[in-house]
Design a protein around this ligand. Structure first.
Ligand code: HSE
Length: 346
């Protein structure tokens, strides 16, 4: 059966997913029997198109590349234009809503309302947007369950690196007591470059130019992006309703070249560590720069790469290293959620 998709947002991640669906259509169909079709896109700035029989992906990508405006998608019988996000979610024939609009980590909106509308309309929702998972996980996962649909969010932590699916599937049955990691590529890139002698400001500018940083890099450098991921891990992997306000958060903007040199002298490295821990006192989370010894696997993670170490009772420490962002990697994170939804698996 063809899985029909409506994309809310058509920026980097949405286009990355579209490219993958175009390039891998034959392989996905022939090897795992997965077939997807984009029936609708609604983007606040780029316009909206819907056709119940599917849109042509190559044309969508071509139009966006040439004019940046979906109004230039060619006319055809049955094509609808200009539907807003809620109408697209509620009234199209999509099986899954792909929520790839911008992340507002303060309010989670409008993405939280998009998820509510999807679930109450009987549609699955998959996303790389951290807002709904970090701020409304309990409500939304319950709503999805009540409506017998799925809430997919692999891409919210470490993009296509399976930081969420790995513990939920491969470590099932173990008691995961701690997850700690490098969850923000921008700050790890800055720390790496500062160790090479660059000033903080210059390193931050480079991270922005390379596209690692958020539009407003405050969320990166002050640790709020990593904090959102800590909250997601606590709720999803540890099943504990930790909130943003429960997580003390310190970024890297106060670190100086002298601090970096001191760590080097001590045979250590600064890393912005996000941590969630479960013990006899309950659950706790934190985000802060830590000087970690070189023997810690996280110390060797350089540049914009992310990593997570899971500590469990039965499997010991396991570290997963990989991309934390990127057009193709995050597009893949959406695809893997969709494939598992189509297969009826986690
Ligand atoms: N700005 C983020 C980072 C992107 O630097 O890791 C992924 O959330």
């Amino acid at each position: 059966m063809i899985h029909k998709l409506a994309l809310i947002g058509f920026g980097t991640v949405g286009q990355g997913l579209a490219e993958i669906l175009l390039d891998k259509a034959d392989t996905l169909r022939d090897t795992i029997g997965f077939e997807a079709q984009i029936v609708a896109i609604s983007d606040l700035l780029k316009g909206a198109v819907y056709h119940p029989d599917g849109l042509d992906i190559a044309t969508l990508l071509d139009v966006i590349k040439k004019t940046g405006n979906l109004d230039d998608y060619p006319d055809q019988l049955g094509l609808e234009r200009g539907w807003d996000s809620l109408k697209t979610i509620q009234e199209t024939n999509a099986d899954s809503i792909v929520e790839v609009s911008y992340t507002d980590i303060e309010t989670g909106q409008p993405a939280i309302d998009h998820c509510r509308a999807a679930f109450t309309s009987g549609k699955h929702a998959v996303m790389s947007n951290k807002g709904p998972v970090a701020l409304a996980y309990e409500e939304l996962s319950r709503l999805a369950e009540e409506n017998n649909v799925r809430f997919g969010f692999e891409g919210t932590v470490m993009s296509g690196t399976p930081a969420i699916r790995m513990p939920l599937t491969a470590l099932t049955g173990t008691d995961i007591r701690e997850a700690r990691g490098i969850f923000n590529g921008t700050t790890n890139y800055i720390l790496t470059e500062m160790e090479k002698g660059l000033d903080y400001e210059v390193a931050l500018q480079q991270a922005q130019q390379l596209g690692y940083a958020e539009a407003d890099p405050t969320a990166d450098v002050e640790g709020y992006d990593a904090m959102g991921k800590v909250v997601i891990l606590a709720n999803v992997i540890m099943g504990q309703p930790l909130k943003k306000s429960d997580v003390p958060c310190k970024g890297i903007s106060h670190l100086t070249s002298a601090d970096i040199e001191q760590a080097t002298r001590e045979g250590k490295r600064w890393k912005l560590i996000g941590r969630v821990k479960k013990d006899e006192n309950g659950i706790s989370g934190s985000v802060a720069p830590e000087m970690i010894p070189m023997t810690d696997p996280l110390a060797s993670i350089m540049g914009a790469t992310n990593a997570i170490t899971y500590e469990s009772d039965l499997a010991g420490p396991i570290t997963l290293v990989g991309a934390g962002a990127g057009r193709v990697e995050t597009g893949f994170s959406i695809l893997i959620d969709l494939i598992n939804i189509a297969r009826g698996q986690i």
